[in-house]
Write a protein that binds this ligand. Sequence first.
Ligand SMILES: [Zn+2]
Length: 125
Amino acid sequence: MWIKKNSEELKGLEKDNKNDVCIESLLWGLISFLLFSIVDKIGYSKTFVSIDPIPWNEFFEHLPIIFCISLIIAVVYWYFKKDASIFEKKSLICPSCENVKKEDGVRSCECGGTFEDLETMKWVD
Ligand SMILES: [Zn+2]
């Protein structure tokens, strides 16, 4: 049957979600940094479809700017993603009859039970 997770498990769930968003943000920052670095170093120009590599010393002068842009991308990603779950429709389950549905504002079930957030529930035999 379905039972509510205890408060410790719920805390862990929240922590996991936060950690995931942090790691994803860092990855996006890293990918952006690498991509911008490579594009800058080889001097790739989409407008002229050409490659014109720049010297290493010039590239190193650009690094702080590239780093800042990547950092901004990571922070913006983190900012919008951390609250994204608010906008997503939750999956709900009625523990009494195991009916499943998406969040629609109605929490009472036809069987007389109450729909609960599926993430906060767990299955036990
Ligand atoms: Zn029900």
